[in-house]
Ligand binder design. Structure first.
Ligand SMILES: [Zn+2]
Length: 838
């Protein structure tokens, strides 16, 4: 008997290793094939283009590891308790609970919060959250009126047109509820509502700012319903929504530069592409993304500077982005994965989720701030405008404040969890975004599988998938290989998978899987640096998907939340600020370091520390990875006059300070951080930084505008009072018309009040030998006289000397606006270092 058993085991082992490699089909692909249709999960119904991936119902993916800990903190923190704080969530006089849509509180706040809160209830399987959510869901369902409209009856004063924006959010909440209950009232409500929307004339539909920008959210829900009911009228509505939404398909431009609108709405053309199959629409979404990153996103962390809006000239990594912007970007990435199948969007989502979003809240997730920037060395209740666009305490960690983000942040991690896994058209599953979880889904010919994904990723290089099935089951398993990973490897039950695994692709493994099969994905990480040429050649340091920041000592100072809230905040009478304090965070250690770069991969070392006992890695004390780097202080780098860390100046910076070991921690763990570093060097070419520049930029003598200004430059340079050493002076700010070449261009001063002028001096930027800017072919000056531009009556010529001031005198004029027109040399661009008028 014993002998017999032994033989059987040997035989089984031999067969297992044999089948792992002969019967398995392993391919490396760029996108999932869409010729098959998933039998278990609803993809897109014809004539919509089939989805490359299909979302699993919420609740199918249960978080584990740090993600579970984080979601528990969200439950116990602000999101889970916002109902006792926010005035917009109180049930008394709430239009979201009234039958006729009347009531004091009835706009975006409630559904912003509920969108994440109800999803949180299902991913945590939390009966209390689900029960509380249902009160609001019932309120929405019961509010449907005879004409099909529902929810608070918000109208605009000027033309009486309806504001559909908040309903767009409630539709997401209803879908989550439906996916978990299959309550037919949801399909009924949505059908009637969308038929009602069809009856609204175009000129009354999606009027006014927010809803006009955000029609893509309405569109998403129309397709969601169409896939479930096949009601052809819905496709007419989809076209109408697209027609009435702002045009997100402009060439090299966006219809709007508010950070949240960008992160949320740039996906609208890609959504509509599902209906038109017009590849140009999908590409418009990529073009929007790239244009924003080119102009304002030359920074680490996956986001961009938009501290309310993106502003020309405000491109330094000290510009912030809204917490709403982060979670909207993550959701857009998750949806674009399904539309395009492009693994780029999963990489992008991880970038924001791991590096930017965790630092927007305090570690206990009980307070959050409106704005977070890649370089921020103080988080306080002061006003930082106009360094940041908004005036008010926009850097304060305050649970009573940041009205939109306070509610909308809720969706970040729950939606992230839901989209860790996606179903594939060929009845398989794709591990799309990586974090520990346990997922249950139908595969193959209709067999349920449960897959435990065990890992500390992104703090660990290995991800282990353990399959649980009742018997053998054949299906394809897709694993995403991140673009940063050059040497990924896969083991099945300890045996290496032989395939040409490539970064930025998927490995598809079709196999007859057995209960307790184990797939191990190795994603070796290495230190790499990324140079941000548009931000003065600053660098960021990466290790796998993580970007690292300087470890800055953080001192938390407790404040009264009711006294440090942004002006538009409101809270319930019973909300207790002593139970929900706000915090300022101040640095206790120097932050003005530049990196001695050398070959960072060889000279910098990664320190792997113990995994935190509380499973929460996003604090300076807890994070299990550090990088020991080399740096020097740059004493001239100080705070600027707006209370932000001063703008970066050119790298490499000169520093005579001693080289020190500096500790870097994951950016997501650093609420105070420098993550776009200058470099330092002793070499002769190193740039001397000027402390004066820390206060001068942002305080030009005159307000300026231009036909065009390169995103890395600033119009403030024109009158910042910093005299150039020569025309190729890279140590002071400049304005250039780059990348316009050979064209006629202009810059203009607006004096506000009439100014008497009789001379002007220009110092041209000319980087012959380095770049493509030259002194212009010619120029002239014009002043505004009434409605006309009149040339000044200069007697002498307008010179175009390099390395010198070009002075011109003319009979005195009095004007409010002066314009300098240039004709650029053929093939070349040009710019100005300083322009004085007297
Ligand atoms: Zn917000």
């Amino acid at each position: 008997m014993i002998m017999h058993l032994k033989k059987t085991i040997l035989l089984t082992v031999a067969l297992a290793s044999f089948s792992a490699f002969s019967a398995d089909t392993v391919t490396v692909i760029s996108r999932p094939d869409i010729s098959a249709t998933n039998t278990f999960y609803l993809g897109n119904r014809l004539p919509l283009l089939p989805a490359r991936f299909i979302a699993l119902p919420s609740g199918a993916v249960q978080p584990r590891g740090w993600l579970l800990e984080l979601l528990k903190r969200q439950r116990d923190g602000l999101c889970g308790n916002l109902g006792e704080i926010s005035v917009w969530l109180q049930k008394d006089d709430n239009a979201w609970l009234s039958k006729d849509g009347k009531g004091k509180y009835g706009w975006e706040e409630l559904p912003y919060w509920l969108k994440g809160y109800i999803q949180l209830g299902y991913v945590l399987n939390d009966p209390k959250i689900i029960a509380e959510s249902k009160i609001w869901i019932e309120g929405a369902i019961n509010s449907q009126r005879a004409d099909g409209d529902f929810g608070p009856d918000q109208r605009f004063d000027d033309d009486g047109s309806r504001d559909y924006w908040a309903n767009m959010l409630m539709l997401f909440c209803l879908q989550t509820y439906y996916e978990n209950t299959h309550d037919p009232r949801v399909l009924d409500l949505m059908t009637k509502y969308f038929h009602y929307q069809l009856t609204v004339p175009d000129e009354k539909f999606l009027t006014h700012y927010w809803q006009k920008m955000r029609g893509g959210d309405n569109l998403y829900s129309v397709y969601w319903l169409y896939n479930r009911t096949g009601d052809a009228e819905l496709l007419k509505l989809a076209d109408k929504i697209h027609r009435c939404t702002a045009n997100w398909e402009l060439k090299d431009d966006l219809p709007n530069w508010h950070n949240v609108n960008i992160a949320e709405c740039f996906r609208e053309p890609a959504e509509h592409f599902l209906q038109t199959h017009d590849e140009k629409e999908l590409q418009a979404t990529y073009a929007d993304f790239n244009e924003v990153r080119k102009r304002y996103g030359q920074v680490p962390g996956g986001m961009f500077g938009g501290d309310e809006n993106c502003r020309p000239g405000y491109t330094d990594p000290h510009q912030g982005v809204e917490t709403c912007g982060m979670v909207e970007q993550m959701l857009s990435d998750e949806l674009l994965m399904q539309i395009s199948g492009d693994p780029f969007w999963a990489d992008q989502c991880e970038d924001v989720a791991f590096n930017t979003y965790p630092a927007a809240l305090t570690p206990d997730l009980r307070a959050l701030r409106y704005l977070t920037a890649p370089n921020m060395v103080v988080s306080d209740s002061k006003n930082h405008a106009p360094g940041l666009q908004n005036s008010g305490p926009f850097l304060m960690m305050n649970p009573f404040s940041s009205r939109c983000c306070q509610h909308n942040h809720s969706m970040g991690w729950p939606y992230f969890t839901k989209h860790l896994w996606l179903a594939t058209p060929d009845n398989g599953l794709c591990a799309a975004i990586y974090a520990a979880n346990e997922m249950t889904a139908q595969v193959g010919h209709g067999v349920p599988v449960r897959i435990e994904e065990t890992t500390h990723y992104p703090f660990e290089e290995q991800i282990k998938f353990t399959l649980h099935t009742d018997g053998a089951v054949t299906f394809p398993l897709y694993l995403r290989i991140p673009a940063w990973c050059k040497a990924a490897g896969i083991l099945i039950n300890g045996q290496s998978v032989n395939a040409a695994i490539a970064a930025g692709k998927y490995v598809r493994i079709e196999r007859e899987w057995q209960n307790r099969d184990v797939v191990t994905l190795a994603l070796p990480m290495e230190i790499s640096t990324r140079q941000w040429t548009a931000n003065h050649d600053s660098v960021s340091v990466n290790y796998g998907p993580l970007t690292f920041s300087l470890k800055i000592g953080e001192r938390y100072e407790r404040e009264d939340s009711s006294r440090t809230a942004i002006g538009d905040s409101a809270w319930q009478k019973t909300a207790d600020p002593s139970k929900w304090p706000s915090f300022e965070i101040y640095p206790t250690t120097p932050w003005n370091y530049g990196l001695v770069l050398g070959d960072a991969r060889k000279t910098y070392t990664v320190k792997k520390l113990a995994w935190p006992k509380d499973d929460y890695p996003f604090t300076p004390e807890n994070c299990p990875l550090e990088i020991v780097a080399q740096g020097k202080q740059i004493l001239e780098w100080t705070m600027d006059k707006h209370g932000l860390c001063a703008l970066l100046q050119p790298s490499p910076a000169a520093s005579s300070e001693p080289t020190q070991k500096v500790t870097l921690i994951p950016m997501g763990a650093a609420r105070l951080r420098i993550s776009a570093f200058p470099t330092v060097s002793d070499a002769p070419g190193a740039h001397q930084w000027h402390a004066a520049l820390n206060v001068a930029p942002g305080k030009p003598a005159y307000q300026a505008s231009a036909s065009h200004c390169f995103s890395g430059d600033t119009l403030d340079a024109l009158s910042d009072g910093l005299d150039p050493q020569n025309s190729n002076d890279h140590d002071i700010p400049r304005m250039t018309w780059w990348d316009h070449r050979g064209s006629a261009e202009w810059v203009q001063y607006d004096f506000g009040a009439p100014k008497k002028i009789s001379s002007a001096e220009v110092y041209w930027f000319d980087d012959t030998g380095d770049g493509q800017c030259r002194v212009p072919a010619s120029w002239r000056l014009l002043y505004k006289s009434g409605d006309r531009w009149v040339p000044v009556g200069a007697a002498a010529e307008f010179t175009v000397k390099k390395d010198d001031w070009n002075r011109v005198e003319f009979p005195a004029i009095e004007t409010t606006q002066l314009r300098l027109e240039v004709q650029l040399q053929p093939q070349f661009s040009g710019g100005i270092l300083e322009w004085k008028v007297n």
